[in-house]
Design a protein around this ligand. Sequence first.
Ligand code: 13P
Length: 247
Amino acid sequence: MRPLVAGNWKMNGLASSLAELVALKAALAAKAPACDVLVCPPFTLLAQAAVVKDGFALGGQDCSAKEGGAFTGDISASMLKDAGASHVIVGHSERRQYHGERDGDVAAKAGAAWRAGLGAIICIGETEAQRYAGDANNICASQVDGSVPGAATAANTTIAYEPVWAIGTGRTPTTADIIAMHGHIRNCLVRRLGEAGRGIRILYGGSVKPDNAADILNLPEVNGALVGGASLKASDFLSIITALKQV
Ligand code: 13P
């Protein structure tokens, strides 16, 4: 399985930030990465980023479950595709937390992404309170059941495991905990999807930085990373990309 390292710029980036993508493109052209590379800038930069894009793919950070119509402020999956995206993140914990998105909404968005020809990166992960209560496995299992539509395949879906308490905090689970959770999520995918569940990439996300990337990215069942803050600077993002061992 070829890993994927994806950058989620969140609500960061102006036209001047496109210089980071120019630098990323140059570095990837100079040395081919051992993984697929994806950048998810804000919607406003997608079309301009598509002009720069070479050696990496582009994704949106969210999409509407609707195809189009009177939904002020929303963006459809086909608009993302039209602007140059091949993927879209759905169900990020910040969407779940600040916009009240629930598993059913996330599954509907994944379906909309597929209908537009986009790959869905479906995010799951427990809060700190849930982990302390010993509920992390149950939470992630129910998020897989509720957020991942039954037609998910390796071609149309990626899972991102992002423990909420590790996002933007500089804290990460132990490597043993990451291995255990990714193995658990794999079992959940296979139980839900059968053989198709074996080929779906499971990314780790939450405070992945240049100095911990090698330790996290080369663990069993870690098929790449979803990187927030450290994806904003091409040099940091490249350090993470190159932390992956060539296979
Ligand atoms: P950080 O890498 O900034 O912790 O963010 C992770 C994340 O939420 C990526 O989607």
